[in-house]
Design a protein around this ligand. Structure first.
Ligand code: GLN
Ligand code: ZN
Length: 752
């Protein structure tokens, strides 16, 4: 028999039940007991789906009220001491306080889980961090599943990945030195799970897909020798190849290994001689495409010959990264829907694979035929494959991603017509998205507001935004993005090749979920997307109006991307569509155009060796989108959310005339890196932290601007907030911008 197992299911539920329950609990509209009940029912539903698909083990310990790495901090007693909580007796409110902070405590920092869009809470380790086992959360889930008659396999993140993903705080030390104290605690957790009847325990060490230093690699043998003495362990890796560690992994005394052959199919050969259980992650846990089951069987059947019952099958990683159920997407085009598989469909695919491996393909012939038909239809579909797109990419001239002249010449022409004062002021794009704007959009989408009335409402909003900026005496204006729900969705809806789900939510962090667009086909811009809004805004004012686009890398990064061509090609297709827009804006007289790329750093591959190749094509895509215009047209870009120190040459290679970046929260730290690197073009470091309703004082802004002037020549310095203002309210926005302009004028006078 082939064993089919899973490491995790979406926690938030098919209808985001957990999110809504949590948020009601936080607003004190739901009792703790009721929240616990919602969670329990969701777990039961998840297990039922898994069992109905004939999973041999249902997944436990994957459920969490916020984040599984926070749960591990609780389970190992290593929650930050600064909260003063007892991890052995933590209340639910204290748990949420760790995750969300309050007036007196800032929350545990969050960061992206490998290269996914999921965020985990970063463990804070101190030299004297002590650990204490508290397996209650895991044991409870195991007992619940068992009480319902399910065979369950708990999954925990392993000690090395846990330490590696944490941050060292306080006195300098090496967090690897905590391993000796942490290991007994893991042993106790395993003991507790085994005592409750867990036969297998999955331990995830995805850090193996990173550039793990040798000192850390050396610990795998001793750590897993000890843990393997406690339980039957399936050691799991995912998100990349671990082929280079094959010798190490094969020698570990664990009972089995799981590898991701969706992300790294080439590593399968390396593990073909493994002599214990091999779990093959064949179904994509991170993307929404339906598998071609015949092809998967072509890969699995020879393995089955060799491994027999030692072959296990699974999703490549936890299914928490995919939406719950495709069958509710009744509004989706039927062809497109037939090419997709969400969590429940993926589990079904594994069920079919299992049966085919054990009873032959004929036992599931109808299912295999359906899968094949979908794959064939997708391969040949005319809505996906548009020859003119491939032809355009193939016939691009060699200089298609180059501006006509170098920056030094362009900037002279730009300065000549722009005629801006020293330290020009501008905004990043959005202005407050008020309830009126959201209501108007909701009504328009429901058909309760006509297109004409909606347009009129948005135009009114734009006019208001323009007038406010004029009153504030800002130099380069923006239209405020009132008409945009989301910076990626807005463009996806206007481009061919994109589809949108109604319920395709995935957890980003805590109760926050995102619904990424689906890029299913070749990308084409059927008609101008922003020109009418931008020219309308320009018609209202004599000041310069900046056009506003989302960049190709960011659109790619925040979507579910087709897997039948490379990400690079998809990105360049988007870039060409955006370039059409840039040229149309320019033709319509919009000659300052910003192309936002906040997500450029997120796309970095997990291994450093692969960075440059990514940065090369990402940069090329950005330049493809922004080239072809006149030298006098000024291209801006904007970045935020990450530190950019380690990719400065790549940012410079974008060759944007002006970059605006988030820096105010770090007291301009990033700017020092830009200065050391000698960033060649113009730059607007954020002087107003838009993440908080606090209005920065003139003194604070002045402090930041003076710091900026210390490192950036005044001729190249812009003044702007950290990011867009859409989450802010009007009063604080106006007050903050007023301070920003006042300080700018004061410094201008001083510099003149
Ligand atoms: N132009 C966008 C805005 O102002 C940029 C958002 C972002 O960088 N995340 O909202
Ligand atoms: Zn931003």
């Amino acid at each position: 028999m082939t064993t089919f197992h899973l490491a995790g299911f979406p926690r938030v539920g098919a209808k985001r039940e957990l999110k809504f329950a949590q948020e009601r609990y936080w607003r004190k509209e739901l009792s703790e007991q009721d929240l616990l009940t919602v969670a329990k029912l969701l777990r039961e539903k998840n297990w039922k789906h898994q069992a109905e698909a004939n999973a041999d083990f249902v997944s436990v310990a994957d459920f969490t009220f916020y984040d599984h790495i926070l749960d591990l901090q609780v389970a190992t007693g290593s929650i930050p001491a600064r909260f003063g909580f007892d991890s052995q007796n933590l209340t639910l409110d204290q748990y949420f306080q760790l995750a969300r902070g309050n007036e007196s405590q800032f929350a545990i920092e969050m960061t992206k889980w490998f290269d996914t869009n999921y965020h985990y809470l970063v463990p804070e380790f101190h030299k004297n961090t002590e650990f204490r086992a508290n397996p209650a959360h895991y044991v409870q889930q195991l007992e619940e599943a068992q009480a319902l008659g399910y065979k369950a396999k708990p999954t925990l993140v392993g000690p090395l990945t846990f330490l590696y993903l944490g941050k060292e705080k306080g006195e300098a030390f090496d967090r690897l030195s905590l391993l000796d104290k942490l290991l007994p605690v893991y042993e106790q957790i395993l003991d507790a799970l085994v005592a409750k009847g867990a036969t297998w325990i999955q331990i995830d060490e995805p850090a193996l897909a990173l550039d793990l230093p040798q000192a850390w690699l050396d610990k795998f043998q001793p750590v897993y020798t000890r843990l393997a003495a406690k339980a039957k362990i399936l050691l799991a890796t995912y998100f990349g190849s671990v082929a280079e560690h094959a010798a190490l992994l094969k020698a570990l005394p664990v009972a089995g290994l799981h590898i991701d052959v969706v992300r790294a199919p080439e590593q399968l050969a390396t593990f073909a001689d493994y002599d214990k259980i091999l779990s093959v992650g064949v179904i994509d846990g991170r993307n929404i495409w339906r598998a071609n089951l015949n092809k998967e069987l072509d890969l699995l059947e020879p393995l089955k010959q060799v491994f027999g019952d030692r072959l296990w099958i699974a999703p490549s990683c936890s299914l928490l990264h995919v939406p719950y159920d495709l069958s509710v997407e009744t509004q989706l085009n039927e062809d497109i829907r037939s090419w997709l598989a969400f969590c429940l469909q993926k589990v079904e695919e594994l069920s079919i694979l299992k049966k085919a491996l054990d009873q032959g393909r004929a036992s599931v012939q109808a299912e295999l035929d359906a899968s094949q038909a979908a794959a064939d239809a997708r391969a040949n579909s005319k809505v996906i494959h548009r020859p003119e797109v491939a032809a355009r990419l193939a016939s691009l001239p060699a200089n298609a991603d180059q501006r006509k002249s170098p920056f030094a010449e362009r900037i002279k022409l730009q300065k000549a017509w722009l005629n801006l004062p020293l330290l020009p002021t501008t905004n990043i794009g959005s202005f407050p998205q008020t309830t009126e704007i959201r209501h108007a959009r909701a009504k328009f989408k429901k058909g309760e507001l006509s297109a004409a009335d909606y347009e009129a409402a948005m135009k009114k909003e734009i006019e208001y935004v323009v007038r406010q900026q004029e009153k504030l005496d800002l130099d380069v204006l923006v239209h405020g993005e009132a008409e945009r729900n989301d910076m990626v969705e807005y463009f996806g809806e206007l481009l061919d090749g994109f589809a949108f789900t109604k319920f395709g939510w995935v957890q980003s962090y805590g109760s926050r979920c995102v619904k990424p667009p689906v890029i299913f086909g070749d990308v084409v811009r059927p008609e101008p997307m922003t020109v009418a809004w931008s020219t309308y805004a320009q018609s209202l004012t004599n000041r310069v109006m900046k056009g506003m686009l989302t960049g190709p890398v960011t659109i790619l990064q925040w979507s579910f991307v087709r897997n039948d061509i490379s990400r690079e090609t998809v990105c360049k297709q988007i870039a060409l569509a955006l370039n059409d827009e840039v040229l149309d804006l320019e033709k319509a007289g919009i000659k300052v155009i910003q192309i936002d790329e906040p997500a450029i750093r997120e796309g970095l591959p997990l291994k450093r060796a692969d960075w440059q190749a990514y940065l090369d094509w990402a940069g090329q895509a950005f330049r493809l989108s922004s080239s072809g215009c006149e030298d006098s047209t000024q291209i801006h870009t904007h970045m935020c959310y990450s530190e950019f120190n380690d990719i400065l040459p790549a940012i410079a290679a974008l060759d944007a005339d002006v970059i605006t970046i988030e820096t105010s929260r770090s007291d301009m730290e990033l700017l020092t890196a830009f200065a050391d690197f000698k960033y060649p073009n113009e730059i607007g470091p954020g002087v107003y932290d838009i993440h908080s309703p606090r209005v920065p004082t003139e003194a604070e802004i002045e402090h930041l601007l003076r710091k900026a002037l210390n490192v950036i020549p005044k001729e190249r310095l812009w003044v702007n907030p950290d990011c867009g203002l859409k989450t802010r309210a009007w009063p604080e926005t106006l007050a903050a911008l007023e301070n920003m302009v006042k300080v700018t004028k004061k410094l201008r006078a001083e510099l003149a």
